[in-house]
Design a protein around this ligand. Structure first.
Ligand SMILES: [Zn+2]
Ligand SMILES: [Zn+2]
Length: 247
């Protein structure tokens, strides 16, 4: 973390009251010691997950470290690392941040990432970290890109360059929350593109794509397809919250 941000954070912790983003108890840091402990011991990072799509594995899948879906139809991305389950402790904080526009929660969510995932991922070899983009229309409506607001605050190897605008998104009227798995997949095709100025720098590079939530994986798969179509050699997903396997 940059020195100035560090100083600012410790001053704020002393003079400004705050509450835990998870349990809302009143204390000094953005996540209280109890919630920190629960995340450290029970988050998805503590479980056997598919190396490719990040879903928690069933017992028979553990030897291969890969789920049956990825075995049957491998996605375009190569690896996925998720901090926790969507149904877990951070869901409410993410909703407050995204839908109630409580921007300060970005800091707490990034802290949760930094304290639990950064150490595990510190040896990741990659050139760029790219947030999943919003369309201009959605960006104007929300006022910020939630994935970028978290991604810009997470700790990673300083050689990994964070590029907020290397993947862009055309606007579609459909809201993913109301779609079925099949229609979501169809709706996302052709939505993402790489602006001209980024096309040459991505060739033969490894890119990390950061998303706040991974559901079916259709969005991240389409992004990985576009990145690889533009010459990226390896795509790694870093995701805050992963939904359960569809039944
Ligand atoms: Zn708490
Ligand atoms: Zn998988």
């Amino acid at each position: 973390m940059p020195i100035l941000e560090n100083i600012f954070e410790s001053i704020c912790a002393r003079i400004l009251p705050t509450s835990c983003i998870v349990c809302e108890s009143f204390q000094a840091s953005s996540i209280c010691p109890d919630c920190k402990n629960v995340l450290a011991t029970q988050s998805l990072l503590n479980y056997e997950c598919c190396y490719q799509c990040g879903i928690s594995l069933q017992e028979h899948e553990v030897p291969k470290q890969r789920c049956q879906d990825c075995e049957n139809k491998p996605p375009y991305f190569d690896e996925t690392h998720c901090l926790d389950r969507y149904e877990g402790r951070l869901q409410n904080a993410l909703h407050q941040f995204k839908y109630q526009k409580r921007l300060a929660f970005a800091h707490g969510l990034a802290s949760a990432w930094n304290e639990n995932a950064s150490e595990a991922l510190k040896n990741t070899q990659a050139h760029y970290l790219l947030p999943v983009p919003l369309s201009q229309e959605k960006l104007c409506a929300r006022g910020f890109n939630q994935s970028w607001e978290i991604a810009r605050r997470i700790r990673c190897n300083p050689s990994i360059k964070k590029l907020p605008y290397a993947i862009m998104r055309h606007h579609t009227m459909l809201s993913q929350a109301n779609e079925t798995r099949t229609s979501r997949k169809a709706a996302i095709q052709g939505v993402f593109y790489i602006p001209n100025e980024y096309q040459s720098i991505l060739i033969n590079q490894t890119a990390i794509v950061f998303d706040d939530v991974m559901t079916s994986g259709a969005t991240l798969n389409e992004i990985a397809y576009v990145l690889k179509d533009n010459g990226v050699s390896r795509v790694i997903n870093w995701v805050l919250l992963r939904t359960r396997r569809p039944s």
